[in-house]
Design a protein around this ligand. Structure first.
Ligand SMILES: *Cc1c(COP(=O)(O)O)cnc(C)c1O
Length: 224
């Protein structure tokens, strides 16, 4: 890891299959470093705190073609800000939140791109739908016409071995396929947001379309 950040970003980006979109996760990463990432070709930035992202968006407003992805917990009192500041929301984790975002999107004249966050295995530390709850909620999600539901997002629980992680990713992919085959008018399932620094190669094996990478691009963060 003696290469410069720019070299590292270019190397990782060029190692990904062309079908995989790299979301550079820049929580706690300074705007100057984000400019290096931009210069290295990054156009998708992922943030988990709205206020932090909003500040950076002002600082980086001269960079025209960035797509901003929200990947953190959406507090219901921040839902409006999430829509205003991000084109993508990967972490829609309940029907209630989806319905609230849908209503706000209508009021704001927006149609945010979203992923539905699922928990394939139970995990007290993560939010998201269980598989059975998600299947139950689909018809009501399909009524959320102001959301562009484009796929699933998942984060495997901590402490799994590689084959268990791969299994989580495969099951997520299979669930997306199962939902796609229901042919619901407002729910598309061509995107999978899965894979972080420690497991993105497994996610690629399982057919992910978006990886969310922070540490491997920018180094360790001070806190989680
Ligand atoms: C922080 C974070 C990432 C990036 O994690 P790394 O391990 O640093 O690559 C990806 N997804 C989510 C939801 C995150 O909160």
């Amino acid at each position: 890891m003696s290469s410069s950040p720019t070299e590292r970003i270019i190397a990782i980006q060029s190692s990904l299959p062309s079908s995989v979109r790299l979301i550079a996760v820049t929580k706690q990463v300074a705007p100057e470093m984000m400019r290096h990432a931009y210069a290295a070709g990054i156009r998708d930035f992922g943030e988990s705190r709205i206020q932090e992202a909003a500040t950076k968006q002002v600082e980086l407003q001269d960079l025209p073609d960035i797509t901003w992805h929200f990947i953190g917990k959406v507090q219901s009192n921040k839902a409006k800000l999430a829509i205003e500041h991000f084109q993508w929301i990967h972490s829609v984790d309940s029907l209630k939140l989806a319905q609230r975002l849908n209503q706000l999107a209508q009021q704001l004249g927006r149609s945010p791109l979203v992923c539905l966050q699922v928990k394939i295995l139970s995990d007290p530390n993560k939010s998201g739908w269980t598989v059975s709850q998600l299947l139950e909620d689909l018809s009501q999600l399909n009524e959320c016409k102001n959301l562009q539901i484009h796929g699933l997002m998942t984060i495997p629980p901590l402490g799994l071995n590689e084959s268990e992680i791969l299994d989580v990713f495969h099951r997520t992919r299979d669930l997306a396929k199962e939902i796609q085959e229901k042919n619901l008018s407002s729910i598309k399932m061509h995107q999978l947001s899965m894979g972080m620094s420690g497991d993105y190669q497994l996610a690629i094996q399982a057919g992910t379309t978006m990886v969310r990478l922070g540490t491997i691009l920018f180094g360790e963060r001070l806190y989680q």
